[in-house]
Every structure is written in structure tokens, then in C-alpha cells.
Design a protein around this ligand. Structure first.
Ligand SMILES: Cc1cc2nc3c(=O)[nH]c(=O)nc-3n(C[C@H](O)[C@H](O)[C@H](O)COP(=O)(O)OP(=O)(O)OC[C@H]3O[C@@H](n4cnc5c(N)ncnc54)[C@H](O)[C@@H]3O)c2cc1C
Length: 233
């Protein structure tokens, strides 16, 4: 680490230029699943508790992420004071199916780590997870150690139901001239990271807002699209 820090300070190169999550992949937890329901992150360091706990020595980490959880959390008001923080309950692992998929992902992770390319490094699993062998033990480990990968969505979800907040143009139901444009409008979470889809929502909303204020001419016309290319409308 010291050598790496020195190299980065002098040349801005070396081991410390890593983004840490160097590799990843999308994975189906079983043959009955039509598209990946798990995401793997491979981190070139021993990452425990989001990096809050320091673990010394060489190592790497493998993280298994449940892409389409069935459990639903909630955000509710804690008080009538608008400045008060809301009550956030992620309600992780409330649904049995979520735990089952994660247990399958955990076992797939072990199979991948046992392949020659990685096993050749001679790494040993940290004691905290190594003792989890049976499905029940793996579940207990997951319940004790699983946490978030920071992709909460859906607290102002788009839809027509009684609990849905915005319509298809992202206007808040029952309120004039108010839209919500962020990750909260996703009716359900996308099967992957949420940053790019949120940017896509914002770009789409900016077009909808512009068109609402300046509706396009009814006759065919050529207008520049968002990226400057000519598009036929
Ligand atoms: C640590 C971390 C790592 C992540 N890594 C990735 C990743 O690698 N890849 C990926 O795709 N996604 C990642 N995400 C998720 C991604 O950042 C979010 O999905 C995305 O930023 C959501 O965009 P948003 O506009 O909905 O909310 P935000 O980006 O949170 O924007 C909300 C904005 O509102 C502002 N705000 C809040 N309250 C008020 C107020 N009262 N008045 C005015 N402004 C206010 C905030 O300051 C903020 O700027 C990560 C998230 C975190 C927290």
C-alpha cells in the first residue's frame, strides 16, 4: 500500500489507480430463470462492511447481488415536521424467495472462486464465511452480513394504482405542475445498476417537459434530437 501510495503520488499510476470493482458479471441463479437475477462484483481488495472495517493483508472479495428482490421496503413520515428525516425501512430478505436466490448465488460464487485461475492464488476464505457450508448456515451468514449496494428505487413509482405517485409523464397524481424525475419513479428495479437508467429517465423527462411547453408542429418537420443529430418527426 505504501509503495502504491508513493507511486500514485509521484506518477499517478500503479495499483492504487484501480476502481476496485475490476470485474463483474450477470448470472442466472438456475435454468428456470429467463434472465440474470444475480450480479457479481469482484473487488481487488478485502472489502468488509463497505470498507468501514480495515482488513490487513492481500486478498480479493466477491460480492453477490440480488437483482430483482421480491421484498418491499417503505419510506414513511416520522413526524409532521417537514425538516425531520423520514423513516426508512428497507425490509431486506423479508421474502423467502430472495433468500433462496442469494443462497444459490453464494454457492455459485464459491464454484467460480474454486476455478483454477483464481484458486491458483492460494487464497483462503475469511473465517466469517468459511464456516457456512450447509444451506442453513449460508442463509444464516447472509442474514447476518448482507447489506445494500445502494440502488434504492420506487418510492414515487409510476403507475395508475392507488399507491402510485406519478403518471407516465412523471406528473404527480392530483397535483398541478409538479413532476418527479429520479430513480424513485421506477415501478420496479431494473436488473442492474441504477445510475444510467436514472439519467435516461431525466433525458426522457426533459423532452416531455419541453414538448409540453412547446408542442411540436403537427406537420412533419426536422428537429435536432438531444445529441444534435437531425431526426424526422
Ligand atoms: C455509494 C453509492 C455508490 C453507487 N454506485 C453506483 C454505481 O457504481 N453504478 C450505478 O449505476 N449506480 C450507483 N449508485 C446508485 C446511483 O448513484 C443512484 O441510483 C442515482 O444517483 C439515483 O439518482 P437520483 O437522481 O434518483 O438521486 P440522487 O443522485 O441521490 O440525487 C438526489 C439529489 O437531490 C438532492 N436533494 C436531496 N434533498 C434535497 C432537498 N430537500 N432540496 C434540494 N435538493 C435535495 C441531493 O443533494 C441530490 O443531489 C450508487 C449509489 C451510492 C450511494
Amino acid at each position: 500500500m505504501l509503495r502504491g501510495a508513493f507511486e500514485w503520488w509521484r506518477r499517478r499510476t500503479g495499483a492504487l489507480t484501480t476502481n476496485f470493482a475490476e470485474a463483474g458479471g450477470f448470472f442466472r441463479s438456475g435454468p428456470d430463470v429467463d434472465r440474470p437475477d444475480l450480479q457479481f462484483h469482484f473487488v481487488v481488495g478485502k472489502l468488509v462492511d463497505h470498507g468501514r472495517k480495515t482488513v490487513f493483508g492481500h486478498g480479493y472479495s466477491f460480492h453477490v447481488c440480488l437483482l430483482r428482490p421480491k421484498s418491499r421496503g417503505s419510506v414513511t413520515l416520522a413526524s409532521a415536521d417537514p425538516a425531520a428525516a423520514p423513516r426508512i425501512d428497507p425490509n431486506f430478505l423479508a421474502e423467502r424467495a430472495d433468500v433462496d436466490v442469494l443462497v444459490r448465488g453464494f454457492k455459485a460464487m464459491r464454484r467460480i472462486l474454486a476455478q483454477r485461475a483464481l484458486a491458483g492464488h492460494g487464497a483462503r476464505e475469511l473465517a466469517t464465511s468459511a464456516s457456512a457450508q450447509s444451506d442453513a448456515e449460508i442463509e444464516a451468514f447472509i442474514r447476518a452480513h448482507a447489506d445494500t449496494i445502494y440502488h434504492p428505487v420506487g418510492t414515487c413509482r409510476m403507475g395508475r394504482g392507488a399507491l402510485d405517485v406519478v403518471d407516465a409523464e412523471l406528473r404527480v397524481h392530483g397535483v398541478d405542475a409538479l413532476r418527479v424525475v429520479d430513480a424513485s419513479i421506477m415501478p420496479s428495479i431494473v436488473s442492474g445498476n441504477t445510475n444510467a437508467p436514472t439519467i435516461m429517465i431525466a433525458e426522457k423527462a426533459s423532452v416531455m417537459i419541453a414538448e409540453a411547453n412547446h408542442p411540436p408542429e403537427p406537420t412533419a418537420m426536422t428537429v435536432p434530437d438531444y445529441y444534435g443529430a437531425e431526426a424526422q418527426r
